[in-house]
Design a protein around this ligand. Structure first.
Ligand code: HEM
Length: 361
């Protein structure tokens, strides 16, 4: 077991490579990193999403996907954490949706200087979104603006960048449908009820996903994004020492994982920046190991582990743990569904920002 302090992008890159070589690392080699913080449910009736299309920018920006790809591939080389950061950013953008929001890049808006109304990204649940995700979108947008001024929405760029990183990390490639407009509103107060928590029960998760038009299967499949990326100790420390007030660790955690995590995440006074990988076997590879890990009690968050234990979601976990092709196929479909949540079309409901951080006045 080793703890790594990541100080610069090169170190991170070397670490990523060495990790990929070390895929066979034993469980006790869980790496902990310090990174600068920067229902069986029927889907409820909801408005059908606006139509998006793969060729939406065929005339106005024919090379859009390639332009974004040139940025994402560079980011992935320089700073592999940009991948999980951007995928999570897309998820948080799409899920915050109360009548007026959804996949609309409202998460990218900065609070107006001097304003008392905070933007979405300042909400408590968004505080740990890594800067690398925002940086990726801003760089891609700058390049796209230089070639196709005023044509492409920030929300489409975020959707394309998230897909690129899934693929760059070893996951499926899928076509991204486009035509989203950016949102005119971004309010921190809309976030809390729309983002799942590390200690959410399966019932709560199912209800939340169903409220976005996403099924039980979509939920289990999208959670597979936790095959890459990291979580801060505070998200799982309760499982290590005092699970649900029992003063004992979560019995559903493998004792070797428990021991390794306790070494880096003390009950009190641990470093706020310490993070642990979601997937202890292949933390930088987009594969289906997440599901196998859950079956072996190696889930990091209580919400992850809960998926394997619940009789409704457990069978999907076991199926995907055995079948990588199916996971990839279903993940691509579920990302398209998630990418359609609350999508806006047209000037009446949306805007086309040139700078993703400020609304068009
Ligand atoms: C099912 C309910 C979910 C819960 C409860 C949940 C919760 C969390 C939490 C607590 C973190 C750690 C944040 C931190 O400490 O910095 C995290 C990270 C992450 N989540 Fe989720 N999440 C869920 C679903 C999803 C979905 C649907 C996606 C994408 C499709 C996703 C993608 C990610 C990624 C990639 C990371 C790693 C981010 C990084 O390393 O920068 N999550 N999630």
């Amino acid at each position: 077991m080793y703890i790594t302090h990541i100080q610069n992008k090169n170190t991170m890159q070397i670490l990523a490579r060495s990790r990929l070589h070390a895929l066979s690392i034993s469980l006790l080699c869980i790496s902990l990193l310090i990174i600068p913080s920067s229902a069986n449910n029927p889907t409820p009736a909801r408005r059908p999403p606006r139509q998006l299309s793969v060729n939406y920018y065929a005339k106005s920006c024919p090379n859009l996907d390639q332009l974004v790809a040139s940025v994402t591939s560079q980011q992935f080389k320089e700073s592999p954490v940009s991948g999980p950061a951007t995928i999570r950013l897309f998820f948080h953008d799409c899920f915050v949706e109360i009548v007026i929001q959804g996949c609309d890049a409202s998460i990218l808006i900065s609070t107006k200087p001097g304003s008392r109304e905070l933007a979405e990204k300042e909400a408590e649940d968004n505080k740990d979104l890594r800067t690398e995700g925002f940086d990726t979108v801003h760089k891609a947008k700058a390049l796209v603006e230089s070639k196709c001024p005023g044509a492409v929405s920030c929300s489409d760029i975020l959707a394309i960048a998230a897909r690129d990183f899934v693929h760059l990390a070893g996951g499926p490639y899928y076509q991204v449908k486009k035509g989203r407009w950016d949102g005119k509103f971004s309010k921190s107060t809309t976030v809390a009820n729309n983002i799942p928590r590390a200690n959410s029960t399966v019932d709560e998760l199912l209800n939340l996903f169903a409220s976005k038009g996403l099924s039980l299967q979509d939920m289990v499949v999208l959670s597979g994004a936790h095959t890459i990326g990291f979580a801060h100790c505070k998200q799982f420390v309760g499982r290590l020492y005092n699970y649900r007030g029992t003063k004992r660790p979560d019995p559903e955690m493998d004792p070797r994982l428990l021991k390794a995590l306790r070494m880096s995440c003390p009950q009190f006074g641990g470093g706020a920046g310490v993070v642990a990988p979601f997937d202890v076997t292949t933390p930088f590879l987009f594969d289906h190991a997440y599901y196998g890990n859950l079956e072996g009690k190696l889930g990091l968050l209580a919400s992850d582990q809960g998926l394997a234990l619940d009789p409704r979601t457990g069978p999907v976990v076991r199926l995907l743990g055995k079948d990588k092709e199916r996971f990839f196929e279903w993940f691509a479909v579920a990302m398209e569904k998630m990418g359609s949540v609350g999508v806006k079309r047209g000037r009446r409901h949306g805007e086309r920002r040139r700078d993703c951080t400020v609304h068009v006045s």
